[in-house]
Design a protein around this ligand. Structure first.
Ligand SMILES: CSC[C@@H](O)[C@@H](O)C(=O)COP(=O)(O)O
Ligand SMILES: [Zn+2]
Length: 215
């Protein structure tokens, strides 16, 4: 017997579609990259996730499916779950309050991950948008973990799992992209947008500062 209703599945698919088209309009899914998920049940863990290799700038009736805790389709389907589904389920397993996980490849998140990859984290401070991550303390400083981009997905998922920090809703994968999450789709989107703003600001700040020193 199914542990969720048809309506719950449809709502999750709609939320994924809305997030997908919004991010696609910003060019956040180059070359079919990126994947998104929304949790539909905690016990057992069941997750609505993007199908692998799809053009994420368009909507079709075959873009999403439901997977279980073993990353296998929960219902009969010809669709293949995202190749990186295991990273999503690792996050849900370790962060029980996570309700949605969004992954995008952007120039800004790739540059930041390479710039600070050798130290395995990037530190950001003195930015209003840190509040967008749900961190409201005065003068907050955040450390976003960075893991190496292992081709072996179980190894990559394990690396992500090992650096999860419940205070920081994101992990960078070096020269690959970011995984960001939140209690629901709205919060995961806010976190992802905040991270991307912080990364772009930081990169532009480094450039402007460099030019100012030269002048
Ligand atoms: C086509 S490049 C990107 C992929 O290798 C992967 O990193 C990615 O984000 C998308 O994989 P997918 O299987 O479509 O979810
Ligand atoms: Zn990816």
């Amino acid at each position: 017997m199914s542990t969720f209703t048809h309506e719950a599945r449809q709502l999750a698919f709609q939320q994924l579609d809305q997030a997908k088209l919004t991010f696609a309009a910003r060019g956040w899914f180059p070359g079919t990259s990126g994947n998104l998920s929304v949790k539909i049940s905690s016990s057992p863990l069941l997750v609505a996730v993007t199908a692998s290799g799809k053009d994420k700038t368009i909507s079709t009736p075959n873009d999403y499916l439901v997977v279980d805790a073993e990353n296998k389709p929960y219902e009969a389907t010809s669709l293949k779950p995202s190749a990186e589904t295991q990273i999503h389920t690792a996050i849900y397993r370790n962060i029980p309050k996570a309700g949605a996980v969004f992954h995008v490849h952007t120039i800004a998140n790739n540059l930041i991950s390479e710039l600070y990859g050798d130290v395995s984290y990037v530190t950001l401070r003195d930015q209003e948008l840190i509040k967008g991550l749900g961190i409201w303390e005065e003068g907050a400083e955040i450390r976003i973990p960075i893991v190496e981009n292992y081709a072996d997905i179980p190894k990559l998922a394990n690396a992500v799992e090992n650096v999860l920090d419940p205070r920081i809703p994101g992990v960078l994968i070096r020269n690959h992209g970011i995984y960001a999450w939140g209690g629901n789709d709205f919060e995961a989107k806010r976190h992802l947008e905040s991270f991307e703003f912080l990364f772009s600001y930081h990169l532009q700040w480094l450039q402007v500062r460099h030019l100012a020193v030269q002048a």
